[in-house]
Design a protein around this ligand. Structure first.
Ligand code: PMP
Length: 437
């Protein structure tokens, strides 16, 4: 007789291996669509990254840091941010916010904006806390809130189509003030604001930010302000930082990304700027998880910011040039889409554009009772049959609201002229086939 019969060994293996907090968040849009794009796309306007080079001054700074005489740049640096980077970020944000900042306590460097967000939720959200998320939203907010034990509470931007036959703008998607107010309660710990917003490209107006700020102050709610597209604003619009509104500095964490700011998403350098009373807790999470971000990348980003500080507001500034170039790319893509009847929603900011696919529905028939939203099926069909990759908009909605937004897809236009031209060719040919069939 044995004490370890075979069946009991098997029984032990049937115990769930994953932690409960991962339940229901194991599906991820990026895993699926990045793979589809890699397999089928000829033109990839899906995931958000530029296919043009990062600016020379930045890559040269990296090369200098790598090959220059300072071998200590290959070692650990200060955990909460390489001193030259936190210093210049503090100087830069002092200018933007009009307040004095301490580089050591008001700035923390992270592994991209992703880790900045993760630190925020882990540090601030407890079991039972509610976090308000404005839909459509950058998809990771929801699983990050859940992993922290919190409950996401969604409030949608509601589209108001223009009546004059003009193209819709991202500004036509608005919060209903009463609906927003109804989501705040004593359980609300934080609201996530993302302006300029991915995926719509909406740049929140001073009035909209004022409304959010008033509610945050009234209900003592924190604001996690994801501003990774802060420099990508078009048509002379201005990006307004909610932290600069009355009563907001003490309750706001500003999140940024060198990946978006300097067109170098692979470097994964991000930051959080905010009051020490909040940042001290983010430091605890950061210290005990990733510890710090690659020293050389931080050194190069610091030099990039030093350049930008010197050229602030001048025509040579990358923060002035990049949006100019992107605005032109936006206009090209708007035109291409409008020409074929895939109605674009003109974004005020970011490098994303959402388009209405209703007129193309006859090409990709709906499957009644399928649990896959129509836009997912459309985007999959499009990449497989037309070689054009985009992301379904419903991926940026909670499960409960997905089915209200299944006739839009998101394109990224941070692409070389040839890439956008190739997309235009695909769309034109498709339209011709449609009209001749
Ligand atoms: N926030 C938003 C709104 C984003 O779109 C992204 C990247 N797509 C991130 C955060 C993450 O940025 P990073 O690459 O710096 O981690």
């Amino acid at each position: 007789q044995t004490h370890f019969p075979f069946h009991s060994l098997q029984a032990k293996m049937s115990r769930p291996v994953q932690a409960r907090r991962l339940e229901g968040i194991d599906k991820n849009i990026w895993v699926e669509f990045v793979k589809l794009a890699a397999t089928y796309s000829k033109v990839n306007l899906g995931q958000g990254f530029p296919d043009f080079p990062a600016p020379g001054f930045l890559t040269e700074a990296f090369t200098r840091a790598l090959g220059g005489g300072n071998h200590m740049l290959h070692q650990y640096t200060r955990a909460f941010g390489h001193p030259p980077l936190v210093k210049v970020l503090a100087q830069f944000f002092e200018k933007l916010l009009g307040r004095d900042l301490d580089p050591m306590t008001n700035v923390m460097v992270t592994v991209g904006a992703y880790q900045a967000l993760f630190c925020c939720f882990q540090a601030l959200v407890d079991e039972g806390d509610e976090v308000i998320i404005i839909e459509p939203f950058f998809d990771c907010y929801e699983p990050m809130v859940k992993m922290a034990g919190g409950t996401p509470v969604f409030v949608p931007l509601r589209p108001n189509p223009p009546k004059d036959g003009k193209l819709m703008s991202s500004a036509d998607w608005q919060l209903d003030p009463a609906e927003l107010a109804s989501k705040f309660s004593e359980r609300t710990k934080a609201i996530v604001l993302n302006s300029p917003n991915n995926p719509l490209g909406k740049v929140f107006s001073r009035g909209e930010l004022g409304l959010i700020a008033e509610l945050c102050v009234e209900h003592d709610v924190l604001c996690i302000s994801d501003e990774v597209y802060e420099w990508l604003v078009y048509d002379g619009k201005q990006h307004i930082r909610i932290a600069s509104l009355q009563g907001m500095w003490d309750r706001t964490l500003i999140i940024g990304s060198a990946g978006k700011t300097f067109s170098a998403t692979g470097w994964k350098v991000g930051w959080v700027v905010g009051p020490d009373r909040l940042l001290q807790h983010l430091r605890t999470v950061h210290q005990n998880s990733v510890y710090h971000c690659a020293t050389i990348a931080q050194e190069a980003v610091a030099q990039g910011f030093q350049r930008e500080l010197m050229l602030y507001g001048k025509p040579e500034s990358y923060f002035v040039q990049l949006p100019k170039e992107l605005q032109q790319k936006r206009d090209w893509l708007v035109q291409s889409l409008d020409d074929v009847g895939m109605k674009p929603i003109v974004p005020e900011g970011t490098y994303f554009l959402v388009a209405d696919i209703s007129q193309f529905k006859s090409d990709v028939p709906d499957v009644p009772n399928s649990d896959e939203p129509y836009d997912y099926r459309f985007a999959k069909w499009m990449v497989k049959n037309k070689g054009l990759a985009a992301i379904p908009l419903s991926a940026f909605y909670s499960e409960a609201h997905k089915n209200n937004y299944t006739h839009f897809i998101r394109f990224c236009f941070a692409k070389e002229e040839v890439t956008l031209k190739a997309a235009n060719d695909i769309l034109k040919k498709w339209k011709q086939e449609k009209t001749s069939s």
